[in-house]
Design a protein around this ligand. Sequence first.
Ligand code: FES
Ligand SMILES: [Fe+2]
Length: 388
Amino acid sequence: MTTAPASVFLPTLPGHYYTDPAVFELEKRNIFEKQWLYVCRAEDVPTPGRFVRTALGDETVLVVRGRDQMLRAFLNVCRHRGAQLCLTDSGDAGKAIRCPYHAWAYQLDGRLITAPNWQSMDSIDKADYSLHPVHLAEWHGLVWVSLAAEPEPFEEQIWPQLDYRLGGDRDKFARYGLADLVLGKRVDYEVAANWKIIQENFQECYHCGTIHPELVETLPQFRNLTGGADATYDTDGYLFAEGKTSFSVSGTAELPRIGGLEEHDDRKYYGMVMRPNCFISLLPDHVIVHRFEMLSPETTRVVCEWLFPPQTVAQDAPYDIADSVELFHRVNQQDFAASEWCQPNMKSRAYRNGGVLVPTEQEIIGRWYYRWYHEAMGVDPAGQGERS
Ligand code: FES
Ligand SMILES: [Fe+2]
């Protein structure tokens, strides 16, 4: 009797994980309404009264800057009869957050100020009708919130991910000075794919040679990433091709370098997934931040922002960022198209048990990403991520 040789493949998640509303509901409870999610940059709420609104699971959340300059987050739910308080994705609430329905007014720190005809109800303690606060953390200029009653400490969610990617060199990340960079360009992409398909794609480069001609021309290592089942990120970054002085379509865009960088940071790319909804790409002259909004089991909005040192995008600056922006814009379009090639077939009978991960995909997707996913979902990971 012969024994079948062990497969070099690992299984992916089964197809219904990418389509099933029941799975998506579980993800809302266990991930989107529990973990720390990236919402906006502090620059988006620069002055008192400015707000950003975002949807997380079944909730909508406001991030508001107070008169004391503090950032706070609240559920966007009026304590009277539940109207949405802010009706746009961003804006200026002025001195108070005023409900559009019956005009209850809240201070920027969430306390109820007054309501029409308050005399008839002044036996009520206003303190009992403050807006519901939401946990908020600001990290290198990125604002994260958690809807958990008692979230895991923010640092415990974020740093292990960064350490995995940068080999524990936290100073390297700090050198990019994210909090001091400003927006140069934003593009919103509506992607007809489950959020995990897009994230899995971002964590393997097996596809790079096939669909990213401009990217592999810039980063030749991406053409054919070798390495077996234990292949992980190169914590030293990926070096630009010879003759390429910048991460741009031409390869020669001349933009000011980010101030704090050191010589060995030059001509290098670092890309990282900060679960559950943020990608960060570090480059010598800009940083790209992707934010995910998980809209439904089969649709995801991806907001991509290109951040630059202020002098690069100052009004009279002699620089053109278009060449640099265009490179990752094409990568985005290519990646999102590929994600959309897969999504319809997640319901196919041929994909009921999922597909396979080749060796170079196994460490980061199969072990690192799926292990996190199963732990977050509270599912016993035994059997997942193991050789089939
Ligand atoms: S629902 Fe907000 S004031 Fe009535
Ligand atoms: Fe890609």
